[in-house]
Design a protein around this ligand. Structure first.
Ligand SMILES: NC(=O)c1ccc[n+]([C@@H]2O[C@H](COP(=O)([O-])OP(=O)(O)OC[C@H]3O[C@@H](n4cnc5c(N)ncnc54)[C@H](O)[C@@H]3O)[C@@H](O)[C@H]2O)c1
Length: 258
């Protein structure tokens, strides 16, 4: 009989009521996982949990700011208590968070925000889940880089590029540290996925910049959200059991690093 890929597994999805995170949370639930969604946006969090709470599904939502290490640890411990284990972390909370792209408009507060949420937030969540993954006999962490951290994207600015590059270093170093505990750590580096927030950013670009993005995509189209969700689920699943410290570029070929 067909057994869902994530039956009996417990997953935490940070930023899990945002565009990509909520699609990942929904997909994990549909494949049998118990899912805890961490997000700062109480309204979207409540909506996501209500929408995903179908009969038989195990989903909880927690208002957690990933920048706050103590709050993250408390929330992760509570998830482990509730679900009995933690197997998967999808660290999707992040983004350029409404900060300006252009150098002269970026304040110190902007760069602090982008680095704190993306880098420190990913670190806080990864560190908090590791002790529980060790108890569960292993686990999988998927971090969120970006095409903007793999190369110089015209869409996002310097703080975002710095943060998303830093996440790659974090991913590699952490993978080395926890591999012996059967915990895998991999990054996803999406190209441009037009979630609500980014549709606005994309529409605000000059036509020449929009054309620059589209013309540079060999597949010549914008992606569906599920085309990011499936590679993330692959990294989280046993199908990627011998992959750690890697990055998957999911960008329609817009950037092909050697
Ligand atoms: N959409 C894209 O094209 C794209 C491309 C490359 C990388 N990414 C990355 O994918 C991830 C998800 O992107 P998205 O487009 O779904 O973004 P989104 O803005 O739709 O969702 C992000 C979610 O994170 C939450 N969040 C923000 N700050 C937080 C904090 N301090 N603690 C907890 N939650 C917080 C937000 O409330 C939101 O629900 C981000 O890390 C982003 O940088 C997205």
């Amino acid at each position: 009989m067909f057994s869902p890929r994530f039956n009996g597994k417990a997953a935490i999805v940070t930023g899990g009521s945002g565009g990509i995170g909520s699609a990942i949370a929904e997909a994990l639930l549909s494949e049998g996982a118990m899912v805890a969604i961490f997000d700062t946006n109480q309204e979207t969090l409540q909506k996501s949990v209500a929408a995903f709470s179908t009969s038989g599904s195990m989903v909880i939502g927690e208002v957690v700011d990933v920048r706050d290490g103590a709050a993250v640890k408390k929330a992760v411990d509570a998830v482990a208590e509730k679900f009995g284990r933690v197997d998967i972390l999808i660290a999707a909370a992040g983004g350029s968070l409404g900060t300006p792209r252009d150098l002269n408009e970026i304040s110190e507060a902007d760069i602090d925000l982008v680095l704190d949420v993306n880098v420190k937030g990913t670190f806080n969540c990864a560190r908090a889940v590791i002790e529980h993954m060790k108890k569960a006999g292993g686990g999988s962490i998927v971090t969120f880089s970006s095409i903007g951290g793999r190369g110089a994207s015209p869409v996002t600015g310097v703080p975002y590029a710095a943060a998303k590059s830093a996440i790659l270093g974090l991913t590699r170093r952490l993978a080395r540290e926890v591999g012996a505990d059967k915990i895998r750590v991999n990054a996803i580096a999406p190209g441009l996925f037009l979630t609500g927030r980014l549709q606005g950013m994309f529409d605000a670009l000059a036509e020449s910049e929009r054309n620059e993005v589209l013309n540079a995509i060999p597949l010549k189209r914008m992606p569906e959200i599920d085309e990011c969700v499936q590679p993330v689920l692959f990294l989280a699943s046993d199908a990627a059991s011998y992959m750690t410290g890697t990055v998957l570029d999911v960008n329609g070929g817009r950037l092909m690093p050697s």
